[in-house]
Design a protein around this ligand. Structure first.
Ligand code: SF4
Ligand code: SF4
Length: 122
């Protein structure tokens, strides 16, 4: 069973920063109906030269989470697209119920396979 997002928005409320690649700036600005320059000024912080992040406080939800949905869904940053399966944090299951569920299904499948294999050799 593949990972299926429950669209709860929890990952958009996590403490942390949302980083944006240089090439993602123009598509996101377009999705917002802004010029890239205006988007940089109004929404981004340049943490160090060439490293951009959404200018939200560390412990507040992402400003683009509105009504439980991502306002820039079609153009959202790769950091967001890769959550949770592409993240290396070991605690993603603590705040992503879908990830926990996928993990349980995987374990159950593995147990079933092992049981079948055990029966086959009897
Ligand atoms: S926390 Fe998990 S289930 Fe909820 S929106 Fe994010 S990826 Fe989807
Ligand atoms: S950009 Fe969209 S998907 Fe990414 S944290 Fe913000 S609301 Fe969530």
């Amino acid at each position: 069973m593949p990972f299926i997002c429950l669209q709860c928005g929890n990952c958009c409320r996590l403490p942390g920063y949302v980083y944006i690649e240089e090439e993602e700036i123009a598509p996101i600005a377009k999705a917002l109906g802004q010029t890239p320059a205006a988007f940089r000024t109004e929404c981004l912080e340049e943490e160090e030269p060439g490293v951009w992040r959404i200018d939200d406080p560390f412990d507040e939800p992402c400003r683009f989470l509105q009504g439980g949905r991502c306002l820039i869904h079609k153009a959202k940053p790769s950091q967001c697209k890769s959550f949770p399966t592409g993240w290396r944090r070991k605690d993603v299951g603590d705040f992503c119920a879908a990830y926990r569920g996928a993990g349980k299904q995987k374990t159950a499948r593995k147990k079933r396979r092992n049981k079948k294999a055990a029966q086959a050799v009897r």
